[in-house]
Design a binder for this molecule. Structure first.
Ligand code: ZN
Ligand code: FE
Length: 251
């Protein structure tokens, strides 16, 4: 039986996701920023929380960890250094969730501890604050080449992989993407699509790897048009990526 997904919003722009295996009544939540939002989502779905996966140590992903653990008894999987994690995992590890395999991908850059969770059979990945719709996370703890190496790990996933990211930053990311890649028709179409979604109050998350490869400037430092826009025809991909990230910080 396929896994079921329930995405919910919290704080001003965060998303969490419940993943449920109906055959075993097992449920995990990706990140724990707000206990009330997670408990509401559990009530709305009727699912009981058995697991919790943490992407990185920032407060909007971990603040509710202790409360959720004590209220639900869930087992917490996440990076080293996050208080309350029962099972520490690192990049390259894999574990089973109700018989479904989960591969742990280390994507440092936003933070050094960032973990992404890839479910190959369900064709989805939880990218935390690494990859956003048309965007990527700010470099708080890592540098451009480090984040570019992380991006390449996600770019190597099958194109149909559905991407759940942790923030609704899409409209701001769209404006920036157009500023460095103005003639990209796939990007223009994607911007029109997400603007319509936001006008209806609908989330723009999830996205997928194929869409991001075609529209996300942070996955396109090799692109000739972007390089020409930046005047960086002869730079390396890591250098172009780093410049795009720096421009987004100033945008
Ligand atoms: Zn963060
Ligand atoms: Fe965050």
């Amino acid at each position: 039986m396929p896994l079921q997904f329930h995405q919910f919003a919290y704080n001003s722009d965060n998303y969490g996701v419940l993943v449920h295996d109906p055959a075993t009544a097992t449920t995990t939540c990706i990140d724990a920023g707000d206990a009330g939002a997670v408990l509401d989502a559990l009530q709305a779905t009727g699912w009981a929380l058995s697991d919790l996966w943490i992407t990185h140590h920032h407060w909007d992903h971990t603040d509710a960890l202790a409360e959720l653990k004590s209220k639900t008894g869930c087992a917490v999987t996440g990076p080293e250094g996050v208080k309350g994690v029962d099972k520490v995992v690192k990049g390259g590890d894999s574990f089973a969730f109700a018989g479904h395999s989960v591969e742990v991908i280390h994507t440092p850059g936003h933070t050094l501890d960032m973990l992404n969770f890839y479910l190959p059979e369900a064709h989805c990945v939880f990218t935390g604050d690494t990859l956003f719709v048309m965007g990527c996370g700010r470099l708080f703890e890592g540098d451009g080449p480090m984040m570019w190496a992380s991006m390449q790990k996600l770019m190597a996933l099958p194109p149909e992989t559905v991407v759940y990211c942790a923030h609704e930053y899409t409209l701001a990311s769209a404006d920036f993407a157009l500023s460095v890649d103005p003639d990209n028709s796939a990007l223009q179409a994607q911007v029109a699509r997400v603007k319509a979604l936001r006008e209806q109050g609908a989330p723009t998350v999830p996205t997928d790897i194929a869409t991001e490869l075609a529209t996300n400037p942070f996955l396109r430092p090799h692109d000739a048009a972007i390089r020409s826009e930046l005047g960086m025809q002869d730079a390396t991909d890591a250098e172009v990526f780093t410049e795009i990230r720096a421009r987004k910080d100033r945008f």
